[in-house]
Write a protein that binds this ligand. Structure first.
Ligand code: ADP
Ligand code: MN
Ligand code: MN
Ligand code: MN
Length: 341
């Protein structure tokens, strides 16, 4: 029996790219999804006269929604004329840096926050027809009507991620009503991006059936409402072994903090205000248990004297390949320099 392969890729929408997908029917004797293509002139990735872009499969898992032998195929985009990475393909650079610093065995865990929206752009969990809900407080990890909205989508998405075999490590309701989080990882720099993108696609696909829009906007509601981030937990093999390596990693990031912030997603200044569990975007700090710091070292990590650190700055709308590539480059680059001198 033939089966369906859903090819997923990242488009060229600015300022924040979107996921796209289309379906290829594969004969039952085809076990690896082949290279495919799409019309880049419809995705802001090519001009009409040279419209063909190439889809190269990079990560495949079973399709938990269609079930059976059907699969999801995460792809990277290549330029048809030379088969080189397309300018929108940030994965290629990430894979290169991962390879360069393979010895460091970098691991990442991403906490993807997002906001469920009605079609009219109001958050699910805000009163229908306008007005404001009661202030933040009871919603984070809450239970019960009036506190929680959209849990059926979360349940379905979580099970779908498990059925697909993704490394989902948890979920929780967030501080603003209608805002949720799931975590992917720990995984290597490139794999965490692949899996996060598949998980993002599944979430948007499932919410579609509920007529709910998933927003990765970093600050969907102005005012006294939390923004949405993608806290990035990271460790090298050295950090998993020594507290000193964790401090060195934080110091290395501190030396490059502005370059990172500029690549952590659109609208970061609106989210990292110094309020709502954030550090100001233009000021770097790190500390144990400090949710007002740029980087938090979890209390358990200080106690154990080893583990990982959490860069709290990446936005919900960040590109995971860019975030993991830059952290890997900076943390491992500094560690290598330290060894040589
Ligand atoms: P928080 O307390 O900030 O809400 P979460 O439990 O939501 O933390 O997320 C923590 C993330 O850190 C998870 O995705 C987990 O897989 C990841 N993680 C755990 N250990 C490591 C490690 N050694 N290196 C990188 N990531 C890790
Ligand atoms: Mn979390
Ligand atoms: Mn969170
Ligand atoms: Mn966190």
């Amino acid at each position: 029996m033939a089966y369906q392969a859903e090819y997923i890729w990242i488009d060229g929408t600015e300022p924040t790219p979107m996921l796209r997908s289309k379906t290829k029917i594969l004969a039952d004797d085809v076990s690896t999804p082949p290279i495919w293509g799409f019309d880049g002139s419809s995705t802001n990735q090519a001009t009409g006269d040279k419209s063909d872009c190439v889809l190269r499969p990079v990560f495949t898992c079973s399709d938990p929604l269609r079930g059976g032998p059907n699969i999801l195929v995460m792809c990277e985009v290549l330029v048809a004329s030379n088969m080189r990475p397309h300018p929108t393909n940030t994965r290629a650079a990430c894979a290169k840096v991962e390879k360069k610093y393979a010895d460091a065995e970098m691991l990442f865990g991403l906490e993807q926050e997002y906001t469920m929206m009605r079609i009219d752009g109001t958050p699910l969990g805000f009163p229908e027809g306008g007005g404001m809900p009661a202030p933040q407080g009871p919603y984070y990890c809450g239970v019960g009507a009036g506190r929680i909205a959209g849990r059926d989508i979360v349940e379905e998405h979580t099970q779908a991620c498990i059925d697909a075999g993704l490394s989902i490590s948890g979920t929780n309701a967030e501080v603003m009503p209608g805002q949720w989080e799931f975590q992917i990882g720990p995984l290597g720099p490139t794999a965490v991006g692949d899996q996060l993108n598949v998980a993002r696609w599944l979430l948007q696909r499932i919410a579609e059936d509920y007529n709910v829009v998933i927003s990765f906007d970093a600050k969907p509601m102005k005012g006294d409402w939390n923004g949405a981030g993608c806290h990035t937990n990271f460790s090298s093999v050295a950090m998993r072994d020594s507290y000193k390596a964790i401090i060195s990693a934080c110091d290395a990031i501190g030396k490059n903090y502005m370059e990172l912030v500029q690549n952590y997603g659109v609208g970061i200044e609106d989210r990292l205000t110094g309020q709502h569990e954030t550090a100001p975007w233009n000021k770097f700090s790190y500390g144990v248990s400090d949710r007002g710091a740029s980087i938090r070292i979890p209390w358990q990590v200080e106690k154990d004297g080893k583990g990982y650190a959490e860069d709290r700055r990446p936005n919900a709308n960040c590109d995971p390949y860019t975030v993991s590539r830059m952290i890997t480059d900076i943390v491992c680059g500094a560690a290598t320099k330290g060894k040589k001198s």
